[in-house]
Design a protein around this ligand. Structure first.
Ligand code: GLA
Length: 624
């Protein structure tokens, strides 16, 4: 028997999204803590998300440098914040907190001086209980030491205090005691400021453990956590958003809902998901505290943190948190009024499939105007609309616009939306109808509109409707349909990209424009008899002609571990049988991955339970 084996390993990423029913909060607006600070949401960096307990003066100072050189300081990031684990576990004989001399050899004041020298500010972390939150034992908390510690921070020239809520004595684990603990630190900070002249932003890190309503916090802190800890995971970011978006009425200058620090750049999400996180946090006027290693951040990560158009929404001086216009089936429309009368509109597609999401200038809160300017805050380009705002939003992605009254349709192109749908149901050899949809939201028509579809040469494409339109008027949508046929696969994991394009002209000078969208299909081709498949771990299998493919991940099969995926033949091994497998490729693997022939007398799962096929030996091409 001769089999060509093409094998590869790849880790599989799973993301989870769920729809949520969310209602606007009806809580009464509260007045803010009157310390004159954080009139716009704080911006900066904190070590915790990327480094956990591994904080040090060197890390903080190198990060401060990176904040300057990457342009983030000039974009508004000013606080460089030390999180937990900066101190020795216990106070000194005089009851003072002691910076860990290994991590902070020159103390905290020296770091503050360094950071201030770069035009930045320094933040520190403490806890309102007896110990901080760190699972590595915890470091002395500030309970009963509020005034001394606040004065110490002020004397170190610290500008910001994140104040956590772990390790409370039993009699402190209730609403009044929790409010009293934070009020004590608020007053202690005010006293320290009065004595030293050092203002300190008060960041409340109480995660609703003891049932304190968020409405208690605006008069106590400049910002307050509204959720448990963030993780670098799309589903977690979405869940924090669901909670925080309901609390808009509490936010205002000096007082901000805090859905936790940003994970952008930490590797657990796609760039589209990270843009979503940044967009949603900015729409919600949340603190923008970067939580990644800025010393080594990629250009893509820095481009997100540095998006001045989105930052301007977050930092708008009116200080309103965005509210929900609509949220059906995971298709979110939010609007945030801005100081100059504009609104920031965010269209978020929480779901796993592309979605057309639409709203209007009037639903977003703007008064009547013959045309509105629509500035795309991620593309940095401006279009005009007669009122509708339609966008095709990719899965987990967010479009963000700043909408202004008045636009000159003679000089600004019309806002349009364009989608390609139907490809999901394509099957090898089966004709499938796909549809291109083009919408003109602009006050002026799109003219000479031509919809085209480009497919790889082994596909067949046949137009089944007209695809050119002399004019698409304000608010009008046109469609073109095509019958496409996907070829029979000639490889295990084929990949095809189809590109759809709408070209048109607009305005008095017939200015040309186009909008396009591409979809890539990657799906394993089915494995055919007599071959069978078996996975004791996550695996994908494909077959194109004689070539077989396996994508799997798992532990090394060296030793007792049984993590592998296999394409196999039952009863293949008899006396005198010769098998030949040619390994034609192995990609994206670690050094220990294995591909090739595996001869077994059963298919054993990792739990050790055998799974025998008649007890007869088998040939398995397996991986790893
Ligand atoms: C809590 C906080 C985190 C971080 C850790 C430090 O979990 O919510 O943001 O400060 O404590 O121990």
């Amino acid at each position: 028997m001769r089999t060509n084996l093409r094998a590869g390993l790849a880790a599989a990423l799973l993301t989870v999204a769920g729809a949520a029913a969310v209602q606007l909060s009806s809580a009464a607006p509260a007045s803010a803590l009157d310390n004159g600070l954080a009139k716009t949401p704080p911006m900066g960096w904190n070590d915790w998300n990327a480094f956990g307990c591994n904080v040090s003066a060197a890390l903080v100072e190198q990060t401060a440098q990176a904040i300057v050189t990457s342009g983030l300081r000039d974009a508004g990031y000013s606080y460089v914040n030390i999180d937990d684990c900066w101190a020795l576990p216990d106070r000194d004989a005089n009851g003072n907190l002691v910076p860990n001399p290994t991590k902070f050899p020159d103390g905290i004041k020296a770091v503050a001086d360094f950071v201030h020298g770069l035009g930045l500010k320094l933040g520190i972390y403490e806890d309102s209980g007896t110990k901080t939150c760190s699972s590595s034992g915890g470091f002395s908390g500030s309970l009963g030491h509020e005034y001394d510690d606040a004065l110490q921070f002020a004397q170190w020239d610290v500008d910001y205090l994140k104040y956590d809520d772990c390790n409370q004595p039993a009699d402190q684990q209730n609403i009044p005691a929790t409010i009293a603990r934070y009020t004590a630190m608020r007053d202690a900070l005010a006293a320290a400021t009065a004595q030293t002249g050092q203002p300190i932003v008060f960041s409340i890190c109480e995660k609703t453990d003891f049932g304190v309503p968020n409405s208690a916090w605006p008069t106590i802190g400049n910002l307050w956590r509204t959720t448990g800890d963030i993780h670098d995971q799309y589903s977690r970011v979405v869940s924090l958003f669901h909670t925080n978006v309901q609390l808009a009425s509490l936010a205002g200058p000096g007082a901000w809902n805090d859905p936790d620090m940003l994970e952008i750049g930490n590797g657990g999400q796609t760039d589209a998901e990270y843009r979503t996180e940044f967009s949603l946090w900015s729409e919600m006027a949340a603190p923008l505290i970067a939580g990644t290693d800025l010393r080594s951040a990629s250009a893509a990560t820095l481009a997100i943190y540095n998006n001045a158009d989105v930052i301007a929404v977050d930092q708008d001086s009116l200080g309103k948190q965005g509210t929900i216009v609509s949220s059906s089936n995971g298709h979110w429309v939010l609007t945030k009024p801005l100081a100059n009368g504009d609104v920031a509109v965010t269209l978020f597609n929480e779901t796993d499939t592309p979605a057309t999401i639409a709203t209007t200038a009037s639903a977003a809160g703007l008064g009547h105007s013959p045309a509105y300017a629509v500035r795309d805050l991620w593309q940095h380009a401006t279009t005009e609309t007669a009122g509708n705002i339609t966008a095709v939003v990719a899965p987990h992605a967010t479009e963000m616009y700043r909408i202004s009254l008045g636009a000159d349709p003679d000089t600004v192109p019309p806002h349009t939306a364009f989608s390609l749908t139907g490809l999901d149901s394509a099957q090898p050899g089966q004709p499938t109808t796909v549809t291109e949809t083009f919408t003109d939201d602009g006050r002026i028509p799109a003219e000479n509109v031509r919809l085209t579809l480009d497919a790889p040469s082994d596909w067949t494409v046949r137009a089944t409707s007209r695809s050119t339109f002399a004019s698409v008027l304000t608010g009008q949508t046109v469609t073109a349909t095509w019958q496409v046929t996907e070829p029979e696969p000639d490889q295990p994991f084929p990949s095809w990209t189809l590109s759809a394009k709408a070209s048109y002209v607009w305005g008095p000078s017939s200015t040309p424009a186009d909008v396009s969208t591409a979809q890539t299909i990657t799906r394993p081709s089915p494995v055919r008899a007599p071959y069978r498949t078996f996975a004791s771990t996550t695996a994908q299998f494909g077959q194109g002609g004689d070539t077989l493919g396996i994508r799997a991940a798992g532990s090394d099969v060296f030793g007792a571990t049984n993590q592998y995926g296999s394409i196999y033949l039952r009863n293949a091994e008899q006396d005198g049988t010769t098998e030949t497998v040619e390994l034609t490729a192995q990609a994206s693997t670690s050094d220990w991955a294995k591909s090739g022939i595996m001869v077994r007398n059963d298919k054993q799962r990792p739990d050790g339970r055998g799974h025998r096929d008649n007890g007869v030996p088998e040939l398995a091409a397996s991986d790893p």
